[in-house]
Design a protein around this ligand. Structure first.
Ligand code: SF4
Length: 370
């Protein structure tokens, strides 16, 4: 088993993973809970039990009250864990915050950066917990990468050794002092060369193509709007407002104002924010984010957008309270990004496909003249 280098973790019992998102209940857990004294008591107290999610087959989700799982008690502890034992909890709860991925090189034990302890890098080194984690892994079902064909883009295959070369390129670039965009932009450029053959030797030429940075600005406005607009119909209007520096609202971060106010803050971002962004992106590379769920190119585009999005949300969080920028501002931004874009398999699906198309076509055009 491989661990994310330098990562620590011990549960802080903050209850965070039990709030704000839907927890799936696997059939075995459903069977254990059904008609148990605990389920009946919780049903009596809340009037709620696990619910069926309409439109997604027979998926069962844990019911929530005010956003929190009905089994979370007032001390932020899980009542299933307390009364029936840790093994009685839904599979996803037992696994969180671990995101294991089995590869031909072994299991990579990735982690969710939605978890407070993971964000803060607090607790024991993962290496120290190797025996416990190996035992836990026996009961989990890791995702798999590298055993099935991989796609660079739709219809364009990518061999696993080539993918590993790309991953090593990203890891090395994100481990140095350069801004996170440097290796990401370079790999995107290398992946979009004519003929769609991954060509990292041509990667540094990305810097010479101003058009690509201009596209990023436009994509960022759409991405921010897709996350913050009150409904899908308002996304383009909010993206336009951002572009033309008209007032916009970030409801989840509790701030309204013009984009120029955010722009004015960028120069003052402390270096630790950049280091944290690189740490997070390395963790995504480690947990095989680039190889999973979508063609590699779409995942590269997503990674390329994330640093700017994280900086933007961090600054908006700072503006929302008006004080000094603190780590909590960055962690708020990180939680939004991880919960809605990178943790779930569905995050912004159509967005990455259309951004990837835009990059692929523009790079093919620009590359002819570089
Ligand atoms: S079942 Fe327990 S661990 Fe899972 S979300 Fe509910 S309270 Fe949290």
């Amino acid at each position: 088993m491989r661990f994310l280098p330098g990562q620590r973790y011990d549960c802080l019992q903050c209850g965070r993973s039990c709030q704000g998102w839907a927890v799936e209940v696997d059939p075995a857990t459903r069977g254990r809970l059904r008609d148990s004294p605990l389920e009946l008591r919780v049903l009596q107290e809340t009037g709620l039990t696990a619910t069926l999610l309409p439109g997604e087959g027979r998926k069962v989700l844990m019911a929530r009250r005010e956003g929190a799982c009905i089994y979370l008690d007032e001390r932020n502890l899980c009542r299933i864990h307390g009364e029936m034992g840790p093994g009685a909890k839904p599979l996803g709860c037992r696994q969180f915050p671990f995101l294991p991925v089995e590869t031909p090189e072994g299991v990579h034990l990735g982690l969710s950066f939605y978890c407070t302890a993971v964000q803060q890098n607090s607790g024991r080194e993962l290496e120290e917990q190797s025996d416990e984690l190996s035992a836990l892994l026996q009961r989990l079902a890791p995702r798999r990468a590298g055993f099935e064909p991989l796609w660079l883009d739709e219809g364009v295959p990518l061999e696993w050794p080539e993918y590993l070369r790309l991953e090593a390129f990203l890891w090395e670039g994100l481990s140095g002092p350069d801004p996170a965009e440097t290796p990401l932009a370079a790999s995107l450029w290398g992946a979009c060369q004519p003929g769609l053959k991954l060509d990292l030797a041509r990667a540094p030429l990305f810097d010479t193509a101003q058009e690509l940075w201009d596209i990023r600005f436009m994509c960022l406005a759409i991405l921010v709007a897709s996350q913050e607009a009150p409904d899908p119909e308002s996304i383009s209007a909010m993206a336009e407002d951002l572009k033309y520096d008209r007032p916009v609202t970030f409801p989840r971060l509790g701030w309204s104002g013009r984009r120029s106010l955010i722009d004015a803050e960028f120069a003052g971002l402390p270096d630790w924010v950049e280091q944290e962004i690189r740490r997070y992106l390395r963790s995504l590379v480690f947990r095989k984010f680039v190889a999973l769920d979508r063609p590699v190119l779409q995942n590269l585009v997503c990674l390329f957008m994330l640093p700017a999005l994280l900086r933007c949300f961090t600054l908006v969080s700072r503006l929302s309270h008006g004080g000094e920028l603190v780590r909590e501002d960055y962690f708020r931004a990180l939680s939004l990004v991880e919960k809605d874009l990178t943790h779930t398999r569905q995050g912004a699906e159509g967005t990455w496909a259309s951004f990837a198309r835009l990059y692929r076509e523009t790079i093919a055009l620009v590359a002819r003249y570089v």
